[in-house]
Design a protein around this ligand. Structure first.
Ligand code: NAP
Ligand code: GDD
Length: 340
């Protein structure tokens, strides 16, 4: 059978790396777009990438989703069966500092790919996956599902709402196979260092080993529905194997506060943290030392307080379910922390 070809925007990110690995095991030829940077940014692909002088099913190309000419050229050259758009300035806090850039990448990036698919009219029906986000729900009350109205609370989330609706619009207007995966937070050892789970696991491991003194955090009471990236990229692929395009929420259905995540991590490391004080004076104490403190710079101008997904549609139609729970995910993140 002819191998399928996938094109991944955002291949160097957390999900891009897991999706690449997954698609290679499914016998795909995988192409990924990387951005030129002053130092190598492909470390998450270490162990997967093979020099194309040797036999490989993985190819990397320079490009940028803010550059329409490169988007058109890459899609025309590669002629993929499936395009996964995972490219984003994905840090919600940072989107308040660079809202215009974030919107260009996140909102217009999706449009550039969709419009290329529409305009090129290649001799094949390209399927398109858009990385939607639970951030789009913002202030909407949990549990959130496909029918919940969006109430985005950051420039990032507003841009994701645009990409969600432009995906639906191109599907309806031009009969393109285009779907949105509305994914709740998902983490892993490959998570970027500034996201709260990775920041917590990495710091607490170092504090235990006496390699770091203190961890500074923002809002300890935000609630998130945290799953594992490996489970979530499988869901992306499952959506693309449907005969009709449809949008799905992907989530565990379980919710924890940031503080609970800290306590769970400490418990795995056999550390008991006690908490003192309130508000910006709250502190986490271990071994009589103050190891966690609040720094207001990590608060957001507008916060998403409570996310918990209802993924019954995906579980019924795609037969998707997560294989990790929060404990096994934290264990894996801790184990990898000690390897690095
Ligand atoms: P990530 O680790 O931040 O990866 C983002 C990827 O986008 C990186 O490969 C990055 O390249 C690339 N990128 C950024 N700007 C680009 C541009 N202008 N042109 C081309 N590529 C660009 O994010 P992730 O956690 O893997 O998430 C993947 C996608 O899912 C993102 O769209 C994110 O918004 C969305 N999402 C994530 C979660 C989650 O919890 N992880 C939940 C819902 C939705 P560099 O490596 O060069 O920076
Ligand atoms: N990053 C960070 N750093 N977050 C902190 C900190 C801190 O020091 N202290 C508290 N938090 C709180 C944030 O205010 C937020 O409520 C929560 O921890 C989670 O923050 P992040 O891990 O940065 O993730 P996020 O929920 O804002 O966004 C992630 O998930 C979205 C899906 O809901 C990102 O991956 C987005 O790209 C994704 O769309």
């Amino acid at each position: 059978m002819k191998k399928k070809t996938a094109l991944i925007y955002g291949i160097t990110g957390q999900d891009g790396a897991y999706l690449t690995k997954f698609l290679l095991t499914k016998n795909y030829i995988v192409h990924g777009i990387i951005r030129r940077s002053s130092s190598f940014n492909t470390h998450r692909l270490d162990g997967i990438y093979i020099d194309p002088h040797y036999k490989t099913n993985l190819y990397l190309h320079y490009g940028d989703i803010t550059d329409s000419t490169s988007v058109t050229k890459n899609i025309l050259q590669i002629k993929p069966d499936e395009i996964y758009n995972l490219a984003a300035q994905s840090q919600v806090r940072v989107s308040f500092d660079i809202p215009e850039y974030t919107s260009n990448v996140v909102a217009l990036g999706a449009l550039r790919i969709l419009d290329t698919i529409k305009t090129l009219k290649l001799n094949k029906k390209i399927k398109f996956y858009q990385a939607g986000s639970s951030e789009m729900f913002g202030s909407a009350k949990p549990p959130q599902n496909e029918k919940t109205l969006f109430y985005p609370r950051s420039p990032y989330a507003v841009a994701k709402v645009f990409s969600n609706w432009i995906t639906i619009n191109y599907r309806e207007a031009y009969n393109i196979f285009a779907c949105n995966g509305i994914l709740f937070n998902h983490e892993s050892p490959l998570r970027g260092e500034t996201f709260v789970t990775k920041k917590i696991v990495s710091a607490i491991c170092k504090i235990k080993e006496n390699k770091q003194k203190k961890l500074y955090l923002g809002n300890l009471y935000a609630k998130r529905d945290w799953g594992h990236a490996k489970d979530y990229v499988r869901a992306m692929w499952m959506m693309m194997q449907q005969t009709k395009p449809r949008d799905f929420v992907i989530s565990t259905g379980k919710q924890h506060t940031v503080k609970e995540f800290i306590n769970l991590t400490a418990r795995e490391l056999k550390m008991k943290i006690t908490w003192k004080g309130k508000g910006q004076r709250e502190k986490g104490i271990w071994n009589k030392k103050e190891i966690i403190a609040i720094d207001k710079k990590y608060f957001r101008p507008t916060e998403v307080e409570s996310l918990r997904g209802d993924s019954r549609l995906a579980r019924k139609v795609l037969k998707w379910k997560p294989s990790y729970n929060i404990k096994s995910m934290i264990q894996e993140m801790i184990n990898e922390e000690y390897k690095s």
